[in-house]
Design a protein around this ligand. Sequence first.
Ligand SMILES: CC(C)(COP(=O)(O)OP(=O)(O)OC[C@H]1O[C@@H](n2cnc3c(N)ncnc32)[C@H](O)[C@@H]1OP(=O)(O)O)[C@@H](O)C(=O)NCCC(=O)NCCS
Length: 121
Amino acid sequence: MAQQAADQLPARDRRRGRRHRHRRPAPARGASGEIGYGIHPDRWGRGAATAAARELLRQAFEEHYLHRVYGTCDPRNSASARVLLKIGMAYEGRMRETVRIRDGWRDSDLYAILEQEWRAR
Ligand SMILES: CC(C)(COP(=O)(O)OP(=O)(O)OC[C@H]1O[C@@H](n2cnc3c(N)ncnc32)[C@H](O)[C@@H]1OP(=O)(O)O)[C@@H](O)C(=O)NCCC(=O)NCCS
């Protein structure tokens, strides 16, 4: 069916179709993305966040063709920092006063992984 439709195109369009057939979709290629997660307290400590974050990375690199994925967390949130490290991200530093909370400004720790690091894991 698809071949039949292609055969009806002018030769120039058929060539163009061939050239682009196996190309990745362009929009997000090489872009950067952020992941985040929240797990119900009843389920904490069972690996759910790690599993979810791993799946998000898989989708980010394999389905959306991103180059870099990052996550941030409150510096006091040791469990979230642990999750970001467990999925292979590297600590990149502390961003000052990124979030305003009830008792003032809060810093955020930045973690990230690049596509080649994820593929080599
Ligand atoms: C942070 C959060 C996502 C973790 O979810 P989870 O399903 O319990 O996480 P996992 O079980 O996959 O892994 C948690 C890891 O942190 C460790 N951990 C838990 N509490 C910790 C603490 N106080 N200090 C250090 N490490 C801690 C666990 O031991 C585990 O590591 P391990 O596998 O090496 O033993 C969950 O607590 C949550 O939803 N919190 C509220 C929302 C939030 O903070 N989201 C993150 C913002 S990006």
